[in-house]
Design a protein around this ligand. Structure first.
Ligand code: ZN
Length: 220
């Protein structure tokens, strides 16, 4: 897993994420999938939509990632949650009901006043930071994924079909045979897109609007 994270091997990270999710190892699954979907390389991202099977499976895995991420911040973790402390490098402070955030970690970087060094925060402050930083990260990921859908052409009929002429484009990604399997795959892909849009509007947007109204306005 750490080798795949280090190499930014998106395909392997997605496979590992599915594997861990199937085994109910949700912390490891979330770590793999978060790395898989946070890669900003445009070439790598375009590969996700370069053929029908990859586009469908990538969208299905993205939905799993969104669910895992949402469950992570929507249900407050207990003070002594082992999975949260492992995933976010959070330590219990010696004084009661307080937690320590280590410099360089995800939550430390999201603190408003950019503190230097280890920081001790109350459990209530931790929950607020946890909810805001993760919901904002997921919100940005979903918007990036929706933009990727807009660039996906592999389900579109090739314009050459309208002229009944052979396609002249080299490496044309669009479809030249509009059969039942193409139709079913296209419907499936559209249903996955609808599920992700519904997820954004019915479950996530309210959290983001409450936490950061400016972000909700800018992103869409
Ligand atoms: Zn074509």
């Amino acid at each position: 897993m750490f080798e795949a994270i280090e190499k930014k091997d998106i395909r392997r990270l997605k496979k590992l994420g599915q594997h861990f999710h199937a085994k109910n190892k949700e912390t490891a699954a979330l770590l793999c999938l978060d790395h898989a979907f946070s890669v900003s390389d445009n070439l790598e991202k375009s590969i996700e939509m370069s053929d029908i099977e990859t586009a469908i499976s990538s969208s299905q895995i993205f939905l799993t990632y969104a669910e895992l991420m949402y469950e992570c911040f929507a249900y407050p973790p207990p003070l002594n949650s082992k999975s949260v402390s492992r995933l976010f490098c959070v330590k219990e402070a010696t004084s009661q009901q307080r937690l320590l955030l280590t410099p360089g970690t995800f939550l430390h970087k999201h603190m408003r006043l950019s503190p230097v060094g280890e920081v001790s925060i109350s459990y209530e402050e931790f929950l607020d930071l946890f909810n805001k930083s993760l919901s904002s990260r997921l919100y940005k990921s979903i918007n990036a994924q929706l933009n990727l859908f807009l660039q996906c052409k592999v389900f579109d009929p090739c314009p050459s079909l309208a002229t009944s002429q052979p396609c002249q484009k080299r490496d044309c990604l669009q479809k030249h045979v509009l059969d039942l399997s193409w139709f079913n795959a296209r419907i499936r892909f559209q249903l996955l897109q609808v599920s992700i849009v519904q997820f954004l509007h019915l479950r996530l947007k309210l959290t983001v609007i409450k936490n950061d109204p400016a972000l909700a306005r800018i992103e869409r």
